[in-house]
Design a protein around this ligand. Structure first.
Ligand code: MN
Ligand code: MN
Length: 323
């Protein structure tokens, strides 16, 4: 990054401006226009026209930014890093996205994200429904070539069509595979559960070269085994890490579009993420926060914490490489 005078510009100081006041950006970080350059951008993608059940994830970026106020951004204890002292992180605002045409929206998101990631800058999107992962992956592939996908979700999201629609939040990773955006045999689903439309859905998914760790498998493998399976799967390849917040049990994430019983706890998800320190992370997203079904900011606080952890993983990688 181009060094800011005196190092990175961090979030608003929570000891002088209380966390319930001040900037409206993610974690009260500077806006993209306030810095000369950046290492990591947080990008809102308020789009939910690909939703199959409860709508409302278009309000996700607003809710996650609001919940992110609670973060004390000075130091991440478990990862041992003060992320905003290591790297310049910015809030790149929201993609201005049409709610009326999925194809047009995807083109807008690919174009806008492409500008934000240019030069290899890591970008973390706040959805929006999971459809937004497809244009994010298109933007990533232009910058990095195909990537390995680490996908936390209750659902495979590799169905073919839904009511004849090819691009929905349940079909994006089949489309990504067909378009050559994913490195074959190096992607992994984690947290999958729940019944299927038909038995053959799992066979289809296998053809796309995913390994699957179902929610029940996490009980057997434990946190270390789950983490190890992810690390072995992606090795040192460029990784796009996508977190559908419904990977969490509805007890931990009620505010989402297609909740499924029997999911991970927030603590399990965060511990798995914190074990992924060696990953070559180039981008990611946290999607499917639908605040209308949330209460007490349960879901949006979980999502904001996941984003903070992803930022800290990126800062830690930079710290360790001495960059
Ligand atoms: Mn899901
Ligand atoms: Mn999903």
């Amino acid at each position: 990054m181009t060094e800011q005078r005196g190092g990175p510009i961090g979030p608003v100081n929570g000891t002088t401006v209380p966390r319930f006041a001040g900037a409206h950006t993610f974690a009260r970080l500077p806006e993209i226009a306030q810095v000369g350059d950046y290492d990591v951008a947080v990008l809102g993608v308020p789009f939910d026209a690909g939703t199959s059940y409860r709508p409302g994830a278009r309000f996700g970026p607003m809710a996650v930014r609001q919940a992110s106020r609670h973060l004390r951004p000075g130091h991440h204890v478990e990862l041992g890093v003060s992320p905003f002292e290591e790297i310049q992180v910015v809030d790149a605002g929201d993609v201005p996205v049409t709610p009326f045409s999925i194809d047009e929206a995807l083109a807008q998101i690919t174009g806008h994200a492409g500008e934000v990631v240019a030069g290899g800058r890591a970008t973390l999107a706040i959805g929006g429904d999971h459809t937004i992962a497809l244009p994010m992956l298109r933007a990533m592939a232009r910058e990095h070539g195909p990537v390995a996908l680490v996908h936390f979700d209750a659902h495979l999201d590799t169905w073919d069509t839904y009511f004849n629609a090819p691009t929905t939040h349940g079909t994006v990773f089949r489309r990504a595979f067909e378009e050559g955006l994913l490195i074959e045999d190096h992607s992994i689903h984690v947290g999958i559960r729940g019944p299927l439309y038909q038995r053959g859905d799992l066979d289809d998914d296998k053809r796309f070269g995913f390994r699957t760790i179902r929610a029940d498998d996490v009980d057997v493998l434990g946190i270390p085994g789950t983490t190890q399976a992810i690390v072995e799967r992606v090795d040192s390849l460029p990784v796009y890490l996508s977190v559908d917040i419904d990977v969490l049990d509805p007890a931990f994430a009620p505010g989402t579009g297609t909740p499924e019983a029997g999911g991970l706890s927030s603590r399990e998800l965060l511990r798995v993420l914190r074990g992924l320190t060696g990953l070559n992370l180039v981008g990611g997203d946290v999607v499917e926060v639908a605040p209308a079904y949330d209460h007490g900011e349960i879901t949006s606080i979980a999502a904001a914490t996941v984003l903070f952890d992803l930022i800290t993983l990126l800062a830690r990688a930079k710290h360790r490489s001495g960059g």
